[in-house]
Ligand binder design. Structure first.
Ligand SMILES: C[S@@+](CC[C@H](N)C(=O)[O-])C[C@H]1O[C@@H](n2cnc3c(N)ncnc32)[C@H](O)[C@@H]1O
Length: 238
């Protein structure tokens, strides 16, 4: 049986965990929601919790933000409350939040489970609370890929388009914006990210496929790789 791998290196010393990315992202969040020291935050699929940790440093919330993930990575940030738990299980707890952040995580859920996730998330919002969902943009995505990786990514982005329809049907009153981040990364670092299977479309590839892909990337890109990482932001207000 094929071993199913978990995503562990997404934010392990990548641009997604860089100070500059987190700071740009949190600046963007500020345009979406007014946070203050009384705000209660839940980050669904928080990874190493870089985002909520930076928010905690800035706002000094009375209640530390809660981050949940099915994977407990070694270096999860310490100034937040981390729980290793499935989101659907955690959201059954009757706690309320002002912000429920679901960043680059909803694509892990099937159609039925994403509906369950959204229904539970809506119930867990305080009055005026917000759900913010971030997901890779599906058209003209600029993530540097080798052929097989592109094929897998396109397949998953097609799935995401259906997911967006499910989200719209479920949440109804939503608004859309884009978060753009200009990535400038050395080819060497990007190759390491691919080797460490940083993105879910690499998880099920064999080592041979990954090695072939890396050779392709080495030929295709210059020493410094530049592109814009664009996320669609779906905003729902209670
Ligand atoms: C692509 S990473 C995004 C991490 C972080 N939100 C960020 O943007 O840097 C997706 C995360 O969702 C987590 N995840 C997947 N399914 C989950 C579930 N059912 N409940 C909680 N977390 C889940 C994965 O373990 C992974 O850490």
């Amino acid at each position: 049986m094929k071993k199913s791998r978990k995503l562990r290196n997404w934010d392990n010393k990548t641009w997604l965990s860089s100070k500059s990315y987190i700071s740009e992202f949190n600046k963007f969040l500020k345009t979406k929601i007014n946070l203050n020291k009384n705000s209660k935050i839940l980050d669904v699929g928080c990874g190493r919790a870089n985002i909520i940790s930076a928010l905690q440093k800035k706002y000094k919330f009375k209640n530390n933000p809660v981050g949940i993930d099915v994977v407990a990575n070694k270096n999860v940030k310490k100034n937040i409350i981390f729980k290793k738990i499935d989101a659907l299980k955690y959201l059954k707890k009757k706690r309320k939040y002002d912000l429920i952040l679901i960043k680059q995580t909803i694509h892990f859920f099937t159609k039925t489970k994403s509906n369950n996730l959204l229904n539970l998330a809506k119930k867990r919002l305080n009055p005026n609370g917000k759900i913010l969902i971030f997901s890779l943009k599906t058209k003209n995505n600029r993530i540097p890929c080798f052929k097989k990786m592109r094929k897998n990514l396109e397949k998953s982005l097609k799935r995401d388009e259906n997911l967006f329809k499910i989200i719209k049907k479920n949440l109804k009153k939503i608004s859309y914006t884009n978060f753009n981040y200009k990535v400038n990364i050395s080819k060497q670092k990007y190759v390491r990210m691919i080797r460490e299977r940083y993105i879910s479309c690499l998880l099920n590839m064999s080592n041979k496929e990954i090695n072939l892909g890396i050779s392709e990337i080495k030929l295709k890109y210059k020493n410094q790789i530049k592109f814009t990482d664009t996320l669609k932001c779906i905003s729902y207000k209670k």
